[in-house]
Design a protein around this ligand. Structure first.
Ligand SMILES: [Zn+2]
Ligand SMILES: [Zn+2]
Length: 303
């Protein structure tokens, strides 16, 4: 059982104006965990991170109330692609992203496993594992790779815990691989987090195939689309098909207290929507767990 400390909660933050600005934004609304892209997520190109950029990022982090930062890899990367050129480009880009995280001292890089575009599943999972082994082998080891469960949209793999387990079983350096669990993706892939029974069944499956030890990060998103729809559309907490009960179960689950949780919910007004979603989550905490809010800037902010 985990040791209880502060609520580790926040949201994905924009790096507009500089990488360190993401920390300043998150800190301004009382986040204790954030996620960033270290570069534009829809471009291959990455502007170099200078020593000064890295230093400023680390100092800003140390002086903030944020305890955890994860980076999300570009959506262009597909290390499961059968096309040699795309695969090669993806691996190169993944290595660059790991190196960027190392420079910034970000411990986790979150990656969607990949899309085999119709190749047999076992082949695709094997290719993904081989590429991860290459990427981890080409970097110094300060940053771990977290595979995110997907909604299984299109021909994306990694929507079943078994598929993630198959990839992980083929990874040479087990100390540098983990899981980022996305609630919206899980629900869209058929894991019913909306009821007590479904919630317990989902985590029993998770324990059976993966285990809490691999779980390092959680994306908290409600789902606009139905259970098993295999469509990835994020919704505000409690406003989607998972609903408030699902998130109440998650945020009061002692197994998950120490896992940082970040929102990737729709943004109509920067930070305002995040504060609103965090407020909903704090209100879902049972009174017996209110010590999680102790000395938390977020709690002051929400008063
Ligand atoms: Zn993702
Ligand atoms: Zn996600």
């Amino acid at each position: 059982m985990s040791t209880k400390h502060k609520l580790l909660l926040g949201a994905h933050m924009s790096i507009a104006g500089g990488l360190e600005q993401a920390i300043i934004r998150g800190d301004s609304i009382g986040c204790t965990a954030i996620q960033i892209f270290t570069k534009s997520n829809r471009q291959w190109h990455a502007k170099e991170i200078t020593t000064d950029d890295a230093l400023l990022f680390q100092t800003t982090f140390k002086n903030s109330g944020i305890k955890y930062i994860a980076a999300h890899a570009s959506y262009l990367i597909n290390i499961g692609a059968p096309n040699h050129e795309i695969n090669h480009k993806s691996l190169k880009s993944l290595i660059t992203e790991l190196q960027r995280c190392e420079l910034l001292q970000i411990p986790y890089l979150i990656l969607h496993p990949g899309n085999g575009l119709g190749t047999p599943e076992a082949e695709c999972l094997k290719l993904i594992a081989q590429n991860i082994n290459s990427a981890l082998g080409s970097t110094t080891g300060k940053t771990s790779l977290l595979l995110e469960n997907t909604a299984g949209q299109g021909r994306n793999t990694g929507y079943k815990f078994e598929q993630l387990a198959t990839i992980i079983s083929q990874i040479k350096d087990q100390s540098r691989i983990g899981i980022c669990f996305d609630t919206c993706h899980a629900y869209a892939a058929g894991y019913d987090l909306s009821t007590t029974e479904g919630y317990e069944k989902t985590w029993a499956e998770f324990r059976k195939h993966l285990g809490y030890k691999l779980l390092k990060f959680i994306h908290v998103n409600d789902s606009k689309q139905a259970l098993d729809s295999r469509v990835d559309r994020h919704e505000h907490i409690g406003a989607g098909k998972i609903g408030k009960l699902g998130f109440k179960l998650l945020f009061n689950d002692p197994h998950l207290f120490d896992i940082p949780k970040v929102l990737e919910t729709p943004q109509t007004q920067e930070l305002v929507d995040d504060v609103h979603n965090m407020q909903i989550i704090v209100n879902l905490l049972e009174t017996k767990h209110h010590d999680l809010l102790k000395n938390l800037k977020l709690a002051e902010y929400l008063k």
